[in-house]
Design a protein around this ligand. Structure first.
Ligand SMILES: [Ca+2]
Ligand SMILES: [Ca+2]
Length: 192
């Protein structure tokens, strides 16, 4: 169970951490490209969240990073993340990636494409149901992290700790997507 929860956290965190790492090296394009108005608003909302969260997520304890992501995702401010709220974040991240890609190097574009695949693989309703211990249909921060030992290390460091992640078990759960998380964590680290 611990592995499954860790895996889920990695699934959410790896694309965000990579996006944060790519942010510094890639200034925001001035053109909206092929994005529509609504997508552009979402992309910019995600961009300002990343600008605010990338620094703390790289150096501060994981809990600080998760708190910020939670505040960003919790659109109705009830303290919990509902499937619709998770879907909104997914859409914004996808729009952001499409917006940023043209200004990126081929290598960064490849990393971002992997992140998009991971984000795309998350099904919000299923994801929430898998962790919803009290059955209220929404996810509390405590429900997501209940079986995790979040120490003082930054999230990226915890994810890269081979002792903290049971990769063979993760592989069993995720199949071909498992190496993608490890790859993204490496790409994010390489950008720092
Ligand atoms: Ca909420
Ligand atoms: Ca719940």
């Amino acid at each position: 169970m611990r592995t499954a929860r860790f895996l889920a956290l990695g699934l959410c965190a790896a694309p965000l951490l990579l996006a944060g790492a790519l942010l510094a090296a890639n200034p925001a394009p001035s053109q909206a490209g092929s994005l529509g108005d609504a997508e552009m608003i979402g992309a910019k909302r995600f961009d300002s969240f990343m600008l605010k969260a990338a620094g703390p997520c790289a150096v501060e304890p994981a809990k600080t990073c998760i708190d910020q992501a939670w505040a960003f995702a919790d659109r109705d401010r009830d303290g919990e993340v509902a499937p619709g709220e998770l879907a909104a974040v997914q859409n914004e991240m996808m729009a952001w990636a499409d917006w940023k890609k043209p200004t990126m190097s081929a290598r960064d574009r490849a990393s971002l494409a992997i992140a998009q695949m991971l984000v795309h693989s998350i099904k919000p309703a299923l994801f929430v149901r898998g962790f919803d211990s009290d059955g209220d249909g929404r996810l509390s921060e405590a429900e997501l992290t209940q079986d995790l030992t979040l120490d003082k290390r930054p999230l990226l460091e915890i994810l890269r700790d081979r002792a903290a992640v049971d990769w063979p078990a993760v592989q069993e759960h995720l199949g071909s997507a498992a190496p993608l998380i490890a790859l993204l964590a490496q790409a994010a680290q390489a950008r720092r």
